[in-house]
Design a protein around this ligand. Structure first.
Ligand code: ZN
Length: 354
């Protein structure tokens, strides 16, 4: 059993789960429902162009907190359909590729983190990874039994990779003297690892991705990589959202950070037991307040925009909101959701063509 290594780790529930590639067409609010004439085609083209590049941004916040003990769903009793394990692929080749882009290392005051070993360009593919295993997000049988089954199917090497992941364990926090290496506690630990690190991997499923799981969190403009699940290929991909200089940490985001610093920190503390000191959370108070205002305003506009499909706002207002979110996001340096935004704008525009 590898030594326990507590780190600020992966996250929990993104209710907005913009995960799969096809999200933008599945979203009910995107169904064309109006047909007024309007010169929105220009923005459609612009939106689609931006959408292609920023599509990776749609994966923002796919991480899901799965299989909570109190959320067992009787409708979904079966175990899991586990895609191919990474051991089917050349692990050495993947490790060599990783090593040419990043390394995992101890960072002062932060625990382990992922650092670029060379300059990385925006849009570059950082990680492409199959899950070690996948489970339904809601189950009726014991989650630890399901995890145990899945672990038994893994190679020893992959089991090590799983148990080497860090985790937040409320149980251990309550009982600090619990020996986590006691065989009876191994499954509790496995569950904690799964809950801390699982990421949405398709509809109603969550998977474990050991490479991606090494990425630490940052808020708003401070994260520089994004990930998304590719249903057709059965892989999770991580892309650079921004240029990253050699030696800089690669950071993703565990949650929707369009909220105030206090709210973000409270959430991260509660879910992951860490106090966020990312570049945005570390802004001087006045700048932090301005950043909070931009983020909350973006959040409100997103909510308003989401009412378009239910006829509460017309196409003109919807596109106006998209423009405004785009502008405010530009000021904040928060671009990761532009792909989704652009795709949404394209739907609105299409609905108002005729
Ligand atoms: Zn932060």
């Amino acid at each position: 059993m590898p030594p326990r290594r507590r780190k600020h780790q992966k996250d929990a529930g993104n209710k907005n789960s913009n995960s799969s590639e096809s999200d933008s067409v599945q979203d009910p609010r995107l169904r064309p429902s109006k047909s007024t004439s309007s010169p929105l085609l220009r923005i459609t083209v612009l939106a689609v162009l931006f959408g292609v590049f920023y599509y990776v941004g749609l994966g923002l916040r796919n991480i899901t907190r799965t299989i909570p003990d109190d959320a067992l769903n009787p409708l979904n009793a079966q175990g899991s359909s586990s895609p191919a394990s990474t051991t089917e692929y050349d692990e050495l080749e993947l490790e060599a590729r990783d090593a040419s882009i990043f390394r995992v290392q101890e960072l002062p005051g932060k625990g382990m983190g992922v650092v670029a070993v060379r300059d990385i360009q925006r849009g570059e593919l950082i990680i492409r990874e199959r899950p070690l295993f996948v489970l339904p997000s809601q189950v009726t049988t014991s989650p630890t039994d399901l995890i145990s089954q899945q672990l038994s199917l893994l190679s020893t090497e992959d089991q090590h990779r799983f148990f080497n992941l860090s985790y937040v364990d409320i149980h251990l926090a309550v009982h600090p003297h619990l020996d986590e290496d006691d065989p009876e506690n191994i499954l509790e630990k496995a569950l904690a690892i799964f809950q801390t690190n699982s990421v949405t991997a398709g509809d109603g499923k969550a998977g474990i991705f050991p490479r991606m799981a090494r990425l630490n969190h940052a808020c708003s403009s401070a994260f520089n990589v994004v990930y998304s699940w590719r249903e057709r290929e059965g892989v999770l991909v991580v892309y650079a959202l921004k240029d990253v200089k050699k030696g800089k940490e690669l950071l993703t985001t565990y949650t929707d950070t369009k909220r105030s610093r206090d709210q973000r920190r409270a959430y991260l503390n509660h879910q992951y037991s860490f106090h966020c000191t990312c570049d945005v959370c570390s802004l001087p108070d006045l700048e932090s307040i301005r950043s909070d205002q931009r983020l909350m305003s973006m959040s409100e506009m997103h909510s308003r925009f989401a009412t378009w499909g239910s006829s509460l706002i017309d196409g003109e207002e919807a596109i106006g909101l998209v423009r405004r979110i785009w502008e405010v996001g530009g000021e904040e340096g928060y671009w990761s959701e532009r792909g989704r935004l652009a795709a949404d704008a394209a739907w609105v525009a299409a609905a108002h063509q005729e």
